[in-house]
Design a protein. Structure first.
Length: 271
């Protein structure tokens, strides 16, 4: 089974498995900047994992909305585009795909640096780290990337190196349902692929907004699970981007991706 078929499984079914992992991993203590247990470059990088990722991904800045950012991704020229998925020695490589929602968020931040300049930013479900990288490039004062996959952490550090950036802190755990961290801005893309996970995100983001007046931006290409969720009524469209042809082909007909501002009603229950 080629990776294209593997990616189809990711889109249709395996994201449900990932959603279960998000739901099952309990959040830790409040993510204040100085108290957060984070992962940075140097001592944390496993040389074998690093070598494997360098050998089995391609460095590219084409075919997506942000040519300014170079990333290690799985492409048709990579071995595992064709190999059987079972031969991949780690968890499903969601981080190796530059998903459309993340592309839209990153493009918006690069085009509108005032959105992040001088602000603290949490990139939730960061994956390849592109949106966190865009925030650093645009002048964010502090950036924390969060993903539940430790291999994504390694990939993010490699991607920082590609873009001549010092690695930002990375936390590898589920922080949804933890205490609300004090962020100026939370960004998240392509996270609403499971109703129960979306419910948890809805409640946690509400809490962050209510307690800390955090701004929230969401990137999504209009998947059914997102548009049909109750959160949709709490969103304001900021901007919509037409996706490059290669991204359209890899995402089975999705033609555009949108950045939404999340503005929940004060009357909603956020307990």
């Amino acid at each position: 089974m080629a990776f294209r078929g593997w990616k189809w499984l990711l889109l249709l079914g395996r994201q449900n498995t990932l959603a279960k992992v998000w739901r099952s991993r309990r959040g830790g203590p409040s993510l204040c900047w100085k108290r957060c247990c984070h992962w940075s470059a140097g001592k944390s990088l496993d040389p074998e994992v690093r070598a494997f990722l360098e050998e089995n991904t391609e460095v590219t800045n084409s075919g997506h909305l942000t040519p300014e950012i170079r990333l290690r991704l799985l492409t048709p020229r990579c071995r595992f585009w064709r190999e059987k998925p079972d031969l991949w020695p780690y968890g499903d490589p969601f981080w190796a795909i530059y998903w459309p929602g993340g592309q839209a968020l990153s493009r918006y931040i690069l085009d509108n640096p005032h959105v992040v300049k001088g602000r603290s930013v949490l990139d939730l479900g960061s994956g390849c780290g592109a949106t966190a990288i865009a925030a650093v490039m645009s002048g964010a004062s502090q950036v924390l990337a969060n993903d539940i996959d430790p291999i994504a952490g390694t990939a993010m550090i490699l991607n920082c190196e590609l873009n001549h950036l010092n690695p930002f802190p990375i936390t590898i755990k589920n922080i949804i349902n933890s205490e609300a961290g004090k962020w100026d801005l939370i960004v998240l893309g392509d996270m609403f692929y499971d109703e129960q996970l979306a419910d948890g995100l809805h409640r946690w983001l509400q809490k962050c907004i209510r307690i800390h007046q955090t701004e929230v931006l969401i990137g999504d290409p209009g998947r059914h699970q997102f548009l049909s969720h109750s959160i949709r009524s709490q969103l304001h469209k900021v901007i919509e981007y037409s996706l490059p042809e290669s991204t359209r082909q890899e995402n089975y007909g999705l033609t555009s991706s949108t950045v939404w501002s999340y503005q929940p009603s004060k009357s909603l229950d956020d307990s």
